[in-house]
Design a protein around this ligand. Structure first.
Ligand SMILES: NC(=O)c1ccc[n+]([C@@H]2O[C@H](COP(=O)([O-])OP(=O)(O)OC[C@H]3O[C@@H](n4cnc5c(N)ncnc54)[C@H](OP(=O)(O)O)[C@@H]3O)[C@@H](O)[C@H]2O)c1
Length: 353
């Protein structure tokens, strides 16, 4: 197989490149050269996806059996469209990594592979979907941009040659967002660790290597389709935090603080306590189409263990603005734990316990 990776040097793209090279595929990567070095063994083409001239220079390296696009998290649909149109005569299948944010119901409702999508034109620019000042409704900007990009890929390659992958949260080695790394660093510090909500909340993060492997499987299958990609949801926040404590040396004890108390205290969901979110649909994404097509996701403990191994070996990607958005300070955590204990004692007294 000859595969073109749009990306290939950063988190998911890096995992896709490693897997493709391990399969013995001929890999071309296309990046600007800002996020990291190209993987050894790949043909690295340097250029910017927003530049028609750079795209034209890339085209000279074709042809490919498949394109895997992991570099479009912030690319406007019209730039995705321009690239896809240019590559269409040069590639078989186009695998586009999208997101569950394209669904109108995310994160409030359970989702299936055919849930209602947000609307966006294939040639939308980067301003499409921006929130007006003072807007208090749902933030659909990212979802609309990605929905437009999906449409752009389908427009250029047609349904039969377009593979749309919609992951939920992706974790694993090289994570740059700061979700799992924050929890691991917190667990390594030991003491009493604030567990948000309840330990039995089911969660569905997918391992970056499993997403990569599925992307390549679909690339080689040479047939179109769209697939949600999440873990099964048979593991819980308790399993996740227990794994964080265990792999970092068992120095901490988790004490669970109810959602209500955290919400009343104004703790920011998703970031201040990473992965904690109370919306009903956030961990209720059905991935049965992907399962039927061969998606397999590893146990959360393996993701946690390998990410800790990466951190222990000095892993932290180049400074990324989102990294420091994550987590709460030890003082805030201690205050919340004290408040939760007090509330529990008062509730016990009130009930005569
Ligand atoms: N992280 C998650 O939890 C998550 C969840 C759901 C979906 N996703 C989706 O998964 C995909 C992969 O995400 P990611 O975070 O691994 O990567 P990303 O931030 O989307 O892309 C980074 C890669 O793209 C290259 N790149 C960025 N802008 C470029 C440009 N203008 N021209 C050429 N190359 C460019 C970067 O290299 P250079 O900087 O060197 O150019 C780097 O290799 C994205 O589409 C994202 O929306 C992620």
């Amino acid at each position: 197989m000859r595969v073109l990776l749009l990306g290939g040097t950063w988190f998911l793209g890096k995992a896709v490149a490693a897997d493709a090279l391990a399969r013995g595929w001929a890999v071309t990567t296309f990046t600007r050269g800002c996020s990291g070095p190209p993987p050894a063994g790949a043909v690295a083409v340097t250029g910017d996806r927003t530049s028609r001239r750079d795209l034209a220079a890339l085209a000279e390296h074709g042809r490919w059996d498949a394109v895997v696009d992991t570099s479009a998290s912030e690319l406007a649909p019209r730039d995705v469209l321009a690239g896809a149109r240019l590559l269409e005569p040069l590639a078989g299948t186009y695998v586009y990594v999208s997101t569950v944010n394209v669904y109108r119901g995310w994160p409030n409702e359970p989702l299936e592979d055919h849930s209602e999508l947000l609307e966006a034109p294939a040639d939308a620019d980067a301003d499409f979907g921006r929130l007006p000042p003072g807007w208090t409704g749902p933030d659909w900007y990212y979802g609309r941009q990605k929905a437009g990009a999906e449409r752009a890929v389908r427009h250029a390659f047609g349904d039969g040659r377009s593979v749309i992958l919609r992951p939920g949260v992706i974790l694993g080695p090289d994570e740059y967002v700061g979700r799992l790394p924050w929890w691991l660093a917190r667990a390594a510090r030991g003491g009493t660790i604030l567990g948000p909500g309840t330990p039995d909340r089911r969660i569905q993060p997918a391992d970056v290597r499993d997403v990569a492997s599925f992307a390549l499987d679909r690339a080689s299958a040479a047939e179109g389709g769209s697939f949600n990609i999440t873990a099964l949801g048979d593991e819980t926040f308790g399993d996740f935090l227990n794994a964080c404590v265990e792999v970092t040396g068992g120095r901490g004890v988790v004490e669970w603080v109810p959602d209500r108390l955290l919400l009343d205290a104004g703790v920011k969901q998703w970031t201040e306590l990473p992965l904690w979110r109370t919306s009903a649909g956030v961990w209720a994404v059905d991935s049965s189409a992907a399962r039927a097509a061969g998606l397999s996701t590893r146990p959360i403990r393996e993701t946690v263990l390998d990410t800790w191994g990466w951190m222990e070996s000095g892993g932290r990607p180049v400074a990324h603005p989102r990294w420091d958005e994550h987590g709460i300070s030890p003082d805030v955590e201690a205050g919340l734990l004290t408040a939760a204990r007090l509330a529990s004692t008062q509730a016990g007294r009130a009930s005569g316990g």
